[in-house]
Design a protein around this ligand. Structure first.
Ligand code: RTP
Ligand code: MG
Length: 151
C-alpha cells in the first residue's frame, strides 16, 4: 500500500563541512519529495542525547554525540509516498563502506562515524524526532503542480 508520510532528515556535520548540502538536498528534490520544514543549527549535547536516546549506553554513543555536535547540521522535514522507507533506501546502509554504490552514504562516505545523513527509521520515530527540532508553525504547506509558469 502506498502511503503519504513525512519524515525527519538531517544533514550531519560532515555533510556541512564537506560542502555537500546542495548535492544531498538535490537528490531528495529530484526523487520527488517535498520540503516541509528546514533549520540550520548546531545541536547542544542535550538535543543530541534526546535525538539518539535509543543508543544511550552503547559503546559508540559518546563518540556519536561528539560527532553530531561538532559542527552545524541541517534539520529538515520532508514528505512523500512511503518516504520513511524510501528515504532510508536512498541513504543506504548505516556503514557507508557497506552502503550500495549510488546511495547517498555509498557515494559520499566511507566511515560509519561520518555518514552524512540521518533519517527516521519509522513514522513514529519521525514524529518524535520532528518534535525535537520543530514547532507546529515551522511546517509549511505548499502546492507544487498548480503553478502555470512552470508547466
Ligand atoms: P541514523 O539514526 O543516524 O539515521 O543512522 P542509522 O539509523 O542508519 O543507524 P543507527 O543504528 O540509528 O545509528 C545511529 C548512528 O550512530 C552511529 N553508529 N556508530 N560505531 C558503530 O558501531 C556505530 N553504529 C552506529 C552512526 O553514525 C549511525 O548513523
Ligand atoms: Mg537510526
Amino acid at each position: 500500500m502506498i502511503t503519504m508520510e513525512r519524515t525527519f532528515l538531517m544533514l550531519k556535520p560532515d555533510a556541512i563541512q564537506r560542502g555537500l548540502i546542495g548535492e544531498v538536498i538535490a537528490r531528495l528534490e529530484k526523487k520527488g519529495f517535498q520540503l516541509v520544514a528546514m533549520k540550520f543549527l548546531r545541536l547542544t549535547r542535550e538535543m543530541a542525547e534526546k535525538h539518539y536516546e535509543e543508543h544511550v549506553g552503547k559503546p559508540f554513543f559518546p563518540g556519536l554525540v561528539d560527532y553530531i555536535t561538532s559542527a552545524p547540521v541541517v534539520a529538515m522535514c520532508w514528505q512523500g509516498k512511503d518516504i520513511v522507507t524510501v528515504s532510508r533506501d536512498l541513504m543506504g546502509a548505516t556503514n557507508p563502506a557497506k552502503a550500495a554504490p549510488g546511495t547517498i552514504r555509498g557515494t559520499f562516505a566511507v566511515d560509519i562515524g561520518r555518514n552524512i545523513i540521518h533519517g527516521s527509521d519509522s513514522p513514529a520515530s519521525a514524529e518524535r524526532e520532528l518534535a525535537i527540532y520543530f514547532a507546529p508553525e515551522d511546517f509549511v504547506s505548499w502546492e507544487r503542480n498548480n503553478q502555470p509558469w512552470i508547466t
